[in-house]
Write a protein that binds this ligand. Structure first.
Ligand code: 5RP
Length: 230
């Protein structure tokens, strides 16, 4: 099984948790897109669901494939969100935001009764942090916010490069009009402490640590998909 097939396998397993009439949060990224494709097939087969997309990219794919969409304002309480992740640890703490959608992903997951993470086994880690942590910041005062993040991380003994994300030579803009620093802190032994520090910085809009949000992870490996409970 190659990486794409593993993503499809995880997405397929997540579909088993989708019931008729559900209000769904729909994640962003290549794994979430496999879920959208399978969901669209079910919708064409008669499954009735309404989805809230976590990005413009996901919204475009859903519209193209005929998955019915609503805004989060129209459906402020969701039954289930299915989304990918950049890293998943054994407690189901996640690093997300590799696709730049972390703010909407976190808002949608927080509005959901349940979040299921789907990933291939390369995303499962012992300690978070090999994947640079995406930190979404307001462009105003970005240099000051960078210094504040570096100081906050240093309090926890963390250091590393904060790289302003670029896309095709331009500064990457999130759907919300913000920028992203990808922070190479290395190992993050205390995600809750780092989250609290980052949340206390005014210029930080949101960060990619998802703590106590996912209740189930479906991890696909060469031998098939297995589940991890929080
Ligand atoms: C987007 C995300 C994605 O879920 C994460 O980057 C995983 O993407 P992929 O499934 O393509 O590896 O957080 O902001």
């Amino acid at each position: 099984m190659d990486a794409r097939e593993m993503k499809v396998e995880a997405a397929k397993a997540a579909l088993a948790y989708v019931e008729d009439g559900m209000r769904l949060g729909i994640g962003t990224g290549s794994t979430a897109e496999e879920f959208v494709r399978l969901l669209a097939e079910k919708v064409h087969g008669g499954l009735k669901v309404e989805g809230v997309p976590t990005s413009e990219r996901t919204a475009r794919l859903c519209l193209e494939l005929g998955v019915p969409l609503k805004s989060l304002d129209e459906l402020p309480e969701l039954d289930l969100t299915v989304d990918g992740a950049d890293e998943v640890d054994a407690d189901l703490t996640l690093i997300k935001g590799g696709g730049g959608a972390l703010l909407r992903e976190k808002i949608v997951a927080a509005a959901s009764s349940r979040m299921i993470v789907i990933a291939d086994e390369s995303k499962l880690v012992g300690v978070l942090g090999a994947f640079p942590l995406p930190i979404e910041v307001n462009p105003f005062g970005e240099a000051a916010t960078r210094i504040a993040i570096e100081r906050a991380a240093a309090k926890l003994g963390l250091s590393g490069e904060l790289k302003l994300r670029k896309s095709g030579g331009d500064i990457f803009m999130t759907d919300g009009g913000h920028h992203i620093f990808d922070a190479s802190f290395g190992r993050i032994p205390d995600a809750e402490a780092l989250s609290a520090e980052l949340n206390s910085i005014p210029g930080v809009v949101e960060h990619g640590l998802f703590i106590h949000m996912a209740s189930l992870a479906i991890i696909a490996g060469k031998a098939g998909a297995r589940t991890l409970q929080a």
